[in-house]
Design a protein around this ligand. Structure first.
Ligand code: NDP
Length: 279
């Protein structure tokens, strides 16, 4: 039977550590969350972030803009937040309405306040292995592995998915920890065979229950990044949990796995951003 990696418990510990550090050093830390439009899921996520901030002793500043907001209007707000001393981290909740140029918006954020680490400066630093801020989801996965005592060094790591926010930075972070990393995507030939080589298999695909037991080597660590909504709004991962679990040595559940770790890493990045701005 696989050991279930409890993302809820780990994230609670991390948030308590952040709170303790903020109190110990009497820091004033602030996160601005910008929400454009009426996407119901985004409103839920922003509320979670507010709650996380409160738990960590971080001030949260919410900016809700109408669905019709233009790129220029969003840029004007980003400019204001970039120079606001109370704001150490800026997060633009995505997805954004279609008329907004996401790349331009990401590029406008002061890299030292870029707690999502989507700015090209931070993406480049992650590539170089000389970074302070890394994308929250891959950073959360690395933290999970570390806190479970699972070494990456020398291991075959297979990442399924090559997005800029999950797959690519995930592969880089594993590489920096000396994993032997393969990145797969929709054009990968013999995906099952490639996945079955993995000591650490990371699914970031966006297809419910895609990774069945056929993709899993006996004893592999299986990390499910996927969040897919099914009937009745139920959440499904990219891994077919019941099918894969008997083969895995460690596995993350959905919900309660990578999701809460991503949120904890946003808090950690906000504290890191505060430190960076004080240098
Ligand atoms: P994207 O849609 O941006 O990327 C999906 C990737 O999966 C692409 O690289 C795509 O390949 C690949 N893919 C799609 N179909 C296949 C297939 N049949 N075989 C192999 N590869 C395939 O998604 P994201 O990276 O943004 O997110 C992935 C999942 O993670 C989603 O479920 C998302 O909701 C979830 N997520 C969870 C987070 C968390 O906190 N737990 C945070 C962020 C995302 P190609 O490039 O060739 O199209």
């Amino acid at each position: 039977m696989a050991k279930i990696i409890d993302g809820n418990a780990l994230s609670k510990t991390i948030k308590a550590e952040i709170k303790a550090e903020i109190e110990r050093d009497s820091l004033k830390v602030g996160l601005a969350v910008v929400l454009v439009g009426d996407d119901p899921a985004s409103h839920v996520y922003v509320n979670y972030k507010k709650k996380d901030c409160a738990e960590c002793g971080i001030n949260s500043y919410e900016h809700i803009l109408p669905e019709s907001t233009s790129t220029d209007e969003l840029l004007a707000l980003i400019d204001k937040l970039n120079t606001d001393e109370n704001v150490n981290g800026i997060l633009i909740q995505q997805p954004l309405p279609r008329q907004i140029d996401v790349t331009t918006a990401n590029a406008r954020i002061n890299p030292k306040k870029d707690v999502d680490a989507f700015h090209a400066d931070n993406v480049g630093r992650v590539m170089l292995g000389e970074y302070h801020l890394a994308a929250c989801t891959p950073a959360g996965v690395m933290e999970m592995l570390k806190r479970e005592g699972l070494s990456v060094s020398g291991k075959e790591c297979v990442v399924v998915g090559r997005s800029n926010i999950v797959g690519k930075p995930m592969a880089m972070l594993l590489l920096h920890e000396h994993g032997t990393v393969t990145i797969c995507h929709s054009r990968t030939v013999n995906l099952k065979e490639v996945c079955r080589r993995a000591d650490i298999l990371i699914a970031a695909i966006g297809k419910p229950k895609f990774i069945t037991g056929d993709y899993v080597k006996k004893g592999a660590v299986v990390i499910d990044v996927g969040i897919n909504r099914g009937e009745g709004n139920k959440l499904y991962g990219d891994v077919d949990y019941e099918n894969a679990e008997p083969l895995a040595s460690y596995i993350t559940p959905v919900p309660g796995g990578v999701g809460p770790m991503t949120r904890a890493m946003l808090m950690k990045n906000t504290l890191t951003a505060k430190r960076l701005q004080s240098l």
